[in-house]
Design a protein around this ligand. Structure first.
Ligand SMILES: [Fe+2]
Length: 361
């Protein structure tokens, strides 16, 4: 039996932070659920999280505003992230995207499902795909109502130059089954399949490789959900016994713990186990996304970090219950011999810059 339950989150590098917030919350109809910072490295960057109404894994799209460096799109990369929307809503989405002057490829179809691929302002691609079987609660806004809203991920579309070894990785290491092929699309599903349990390979044999760096306009990685830290360690063991020995150590991402492994097609695949309190570990569940939260090891350096970040404003419509006085919850420090306590943290960094365009010499 597979350890993987479905998709956990998707992570991309966008351009401006405010541009991202405005697009996600006003145009795409997502709920902003977390403002924090990138935990790795010497540059201060936001890490912004968006999700569905219940902030569920499987709907969590996270962005690094990374205007400082531009990435290059190509193969060996996540091509797009598809969200399921109700059947019959695709016409709404076409009109809605056109009204907001969002570049899109019109209505297409794969495996009997209508979808539209469209551009985020940074050039990253997203999709809405019709799937009536997805009953997760979508977030609603003035423009995106309950009858058309996204429920969560349907699944990522990965651009690969060759299919065979990426297929072997998803099937042998992660437990997916190949369930269809149509033109350049190869469909893989986990468990019962369908929404949030689908990964699609897009075979593009002649497409030059995209960049693997953090770089604006490119997706960085996809994450699959596993039950808990024990399963995460088990998954790391599976990678290693198959020969994928470049699986990372278990990392502490505050809201979940993670192991990363790059698949043969070039796409970085994370497995993530949500911590028991989930996104409410450091702020109340009804205040998610309201203020900038730092991991405890960076809190003493808040002023220094904030000065390097673009000032942002989250629209008040993101908080239908009204803005509340921020109530931070102290994050417990888990002892190393307790579950999750051994996850690695990079707790010190000399910040040398923030999310401003890199100066040319
Ligand atoms: Fe991640």
């Amino acid at each position: 039996m597979s350890l993987v339950k479905g998709i956990h989150h998707m992570t991309v590098c966008v351009g401006g932070a405010q541009e991202d917030i405005d697009f996600q919350t006003q145009v795409f109809g997502q709920r902003m659920i977390k403002q924090t910072v990138l935990f790795d490295g010497r540059y201060a960057h936001y890490h912004l999280y968006y999700a569905n109404a219940n902030a569920e894994p499987g709907s969590v799209y996270t962005t690094f505003p990374y205007g400082r460096v531009r990435g290059r799109q190509g193969s060996g990369q996540i091509q797009s992230t598809a969200y399921s929307v109700p059947k019959g809503s695709i016409k709404f989405w076409l009109e809605h995207l056109n009204r907001h002057k969002i570049k899109n490829a019109g209505i297409q179809e794969r495996f009997g499902k209508k979808f539209i691929r469209f551009d985020h302002p940074s050039g990253i691609q997203l999709e809405v795909i019709e799937d009536n079987a997805d009953k997760r609660a979508g977030w609603t806004t003035k423009e995106v109502g309950a009858d058309v809203t996204t429920h969560g991920f349907h699944g990522p579309v990965l651009s690969v130059r060759e299919v065979a070894e990426t297929e072997r990785f998803f099937v042998d290491a992660l437990g997916f089954k190949k369930t269809g092929q149509e033109g350049p699309y190869y469909r893989f599903e986990i468990g019962d399949g369908g929404a949030n349990k689908t990964v699609t390979l897009l075979h593009e044999p002649d497409r030059p490789s995209g960049s693997w760096i953090f770089g604006a306009g490119t997706a960085h990685h996809m994450a699959l959900e596993v039950e808990n830290d024990e399963k995460l360690a088990e998954q790391k063991g599976i990678y290693e016994e198959l020969g994928y020995t470049d699986a990372s150590e278990i990392k502490d991402r505050m809201y979940f713990h993670s192991v990363y492994c790059r698949c043969p097609g070039g796409i970085l695949v994370e497995c993530a186990a949500t911590v028991p309190a989930g996104f409410a570990v450091d702020e109340p569940a009804d205040q998610l996304g309201q203020s900038l939260l730092l991991p405890p090891w960076f809190e003493a350096r808040r002023a220094e970090i904030e000065a390097m970040l673009e000032p942002i404003k989250v629209p008040e419509s993101n908080f239908p219950g009204g803005m509340k006085k921020p109530a931070k919850i102290p994050v417990p420090v888990v002892a190393a011999d307790q579950p999750g306590g051994g996850a690695s943290r990079r707790t010190s960094a000399v910040f040398i810059g923030g999310d401003t365009p890199q100066k040319k010499n």
